[in-house]
Design a protein around this ligand. Structure first.
Ligand SMILES: *[C@@H]1O[C@H](CO)[C@@H](O)[C@H](O)[C@H]1NC(C)=O
Ligand SMILES: *[C@@H]1O[C@H](CO)[C@@H](O)[C@H](O)[C@H]1NC(C)=O
Length: 613
């Protein structure tokens, strides 16, 4: 650390130099639905200003990831330790000094500027008046239809010489966005009760249908050394009695077997809210995740968030990665819950910070619309997924249940606003992050069997990101799709540049899947089902690798798009994913933005992965 004296000397030197011009750092294109700008904020109000500093080497993250996960790399499987990751990406002294000096020159008392423990952030408690001067911004109070209030600006600026050192500043333009859970009946009434009469796999998918379809083994062999985690956000919950009934009905051998629950930020299996909506997601994820890996493989349930406000992806990431929690300290009060949460019913404990052990595969069946989040917020979280990949963790997210449309029936306007009248395709996040594996959904055609090719589920989310560039691993596959199967839509309604991240990466059954919730047998459809199914299958791949004395597979995208994995997936070539008044994209031979590379061919996947070091 520099002494106070050297800070001051440094600032004097800079002060005598020319002042740099101001540049626009972020501007919001629209106010999110339901919010209205009510009034100018009082100049004397206090704002907890937080400045996210840029990380060195971060533009190399894709190549570091490739280095440990591409089949042709001599370093395949040489995953990094958390310390190696932290050292590589910690903000430099130059970055900290530049931003701090700017604050001091602007008249902020040095004693008020705090560097976060991991040096990822600068914090200053400041008045609205002072911040408006620092950021050339105007602060307003916005009021939601529900009466909730939020303080934000429409844009903000930074001196040009500071810009390269700052990712973003909060609170500024960012807005509250609720985590929408995928696949539950809240989205489009996807859960339906069924008659007791057993039917074929085209109408009722069971664990045995999936075993037959994907060629899954009956028993893992290295279960003790392996791990598989499923993330659920409270108030989503499940009942052990439903897992038991499911086990009995589908002879999974799992009656009485529970997931190993890890409570994060007050996570509980709540019982007060009894609507089916609160049980479908967790029950379905656990019933399939646990059945497919079998009773010998422990499944970790990360139950995240209190019953009051609930938690976000960042809250979960803080728990499993101390680097993200301390070093980046990236929680944003507008999206993430800040714990301890001192409201009645809020979790009053400390939030775990890197103390929760991550499993080899982490499956999460929840999502946002990409446009719910600012590109910088989504960007920082996406980088964290990249870091988890470098550390050897497989991160799976659903591609969404609304075809090319966003959740809640929203499409985009040409300016990027989400409305039900929009015509522009509305991608999902984190699926649109190039450092996660995005999973789409398929079905067995009516009258078909497990021996017939699957087709795309007509709600399977897919398309192109508006925030993230195209990763190298998928460039050839996507280029080929655009060359041979260009959808022909005008570039006004989708991101047709061919330069942005395309998803999903692969897919699995997500239609008419049998589950038990609240003592009733029902079917559920959704990419949120496909995700834990793929999670379980990748866990079985890890099982085979661990048994052969090898490392877990970690980030899989660099591998699955490569030559060495051609034939490891059942190509899905029929179906579309309509939305925003169009028929969406088409599933075709090879990769497509409906089903990705296809569905698991387990024996071929294992064969390919066992050939790697
Ligand atoms: C800002 O204010 C909060 C609440 O009063 C306090 O907990 C925090 O330590 C302050 N931070 C700084 C950098 O002064
Ligand atoms: C398309 O995606 C890229 C990110 O790869 C982004 O820079 C661009 O703004 C997007 N286009 C539209 C129209 O949103």
């Amino acid at each position: 650390m520099l002494s106070l004296l050297s800070w001051l000397t440094l600032s004097l030197v800079v002060v005598s130099g020319a002042t740099s011009p101001w540049t626009l750092h972020e501007r919001r294109s629209h106010i999110p639905p339901g919010w209205n700008r009510a009034r100018k904020h009082e100049p004397s109000a206090i704002i907890p200003l937080r400045i996210a500093l840029t990380q060195p080497n971060i533009d190399q993250i894709g190549s570091y990831l490739n280095d440990v996960s591409h089949p042709d790399s001599p370093n395949y499987g040489d995953h990094w330790t958390p310390d190696q990751v932290a050292t590589k990406f910690a903000p430099t002294k130059e970055t900290i000094n530049t931003v701090r000096d700017w604050l001091l020159q602007s008249g902020v008392d040095p004693a008020r500027v705090e560097v976060s423990p991991g040096k990822g952030w600068l914090h200053v408690n400041s008045t609205v008046g002072e911040v408006e001067g620092l950021l050339r911004a105007k602060y307003y109070v916005y009021v939601h239809d529900t009466g909730a209030e939020h303080v934000a600006s429409e844009s903000y600026h930074l001196p040009a010489h500071v810009t390269p050192h700052v990712d973003f500043v909060t609170p500024t333009i960012h807005f509250d966005a609720r985590l929408a859970h995928e696949g539950g009946p809240t989205t489009s009434g996807i859960v339906t009760k069924v008659s007791a009469k057993a039917k074929g796999c085209d109408e009722e998918i069971t664990p045995s249908c999936l075993r037959a379809l994907y060629g899954l083994p009956n028993k893992p062999v290295s279960a003790k050394k392996n791990s598989f985690g499923i993330v659920e956000f409270t108030p989503q919950t499940h009942r052990q009695s439903d897992l038991n009934s499911f086990a009995k009905k589908y002879s999974t051998g799992l009656s009485g077997v529970s997931p190993k629950m890890v409570s994060i930020d007050g996570g509980v299996l709540q019982t007060k809210l009894t609507d089916d909506n609160y049980y479908a997601e967790s029950s379905a994820d656990l019933e399939y995740g646990m059945s497919l890996v079998g009773p010998k493989q422990e499944v970790t349930l990360y139950q995240v968030g209190d019953t009051h406000r609930g938690a976000s992806f960042n809250n979960f990431l803080d728990a499993i990665d101390g680097f993200y929690c301390i070093f980046e300290n990236g929680d944003d009060a507008s999206h993430d819950t800040i714990y301890p949460d001192n409201v009645p019913g809020g979790y009053k404990g400390k939030q775990p910070c890197g103390t929760v052990k991550p499993t080899n595969v982490i499956s999460t069946s929840y999502k946002y619309n990409e446009a719910d989040l600012s590109d910088l917020y989504a960007g920082r979280q996406c980088l964290e997924y990249g870091k988890l990949g470098i550390m050897g963790i497989t991160v799976l997210y659903p591609s969404g249940d609304d075809g090319v449309e966003g959740g809640r029936g929203l499409c985009l306007t040409p300016k990027g606003k989400q409305t039900s009248k929009g015509k522009v395709f509305n991608p999902s996040f984190p699926a649109s992050c190039p450092f996660v594996t995005a999973v789409g959904a398929t079905r067995i055609a009516s009258g078909g069997s497990v021996h017939d090719p699957e087709s795309a589920w007509d709600h399977s989310g897919g398309g192109w990101s508006n925030y993230f560039g195209m990763p190298a691993y998928q460039a050839d596959a996507v280029k080929s799709y655009l060359k041979h199967h260009h959808p022909g839509y005008s570039g006004d309604i989708w991101n047709s540049t061919g330069k942005s991240r395309a998803y999903p990466d692969l897919s699995a059954i997500g239609y008419n899947v049998m589950i038990v919730i609240r003592d009733e047998v029902m079917t559920i459809s959704g990419t949120s089902l496909s995700t834990p199914i793929v999670g379980a299958i990748l866990t079985l791949v890890n099982d085979a690798r661990i048994n052969a004395g090898k490392r877990p597979i970690g980030f899989i995208n660099s591998a699955i798009y490569s030559e060495k994995f051609s034939g490891a997936f059942h190509d899905v070539t029929t179906g579309t994913n309509p939305g925003c008044g169009t028929k969406g994209f088409e599933a075709v031979k090879g990769w497509d933005p409906v089903t990705g590379l296809g569905t698991p061919n387990f024996p071929r996947m294992v064969e390919a992965w066992l050939k790697l070091r």
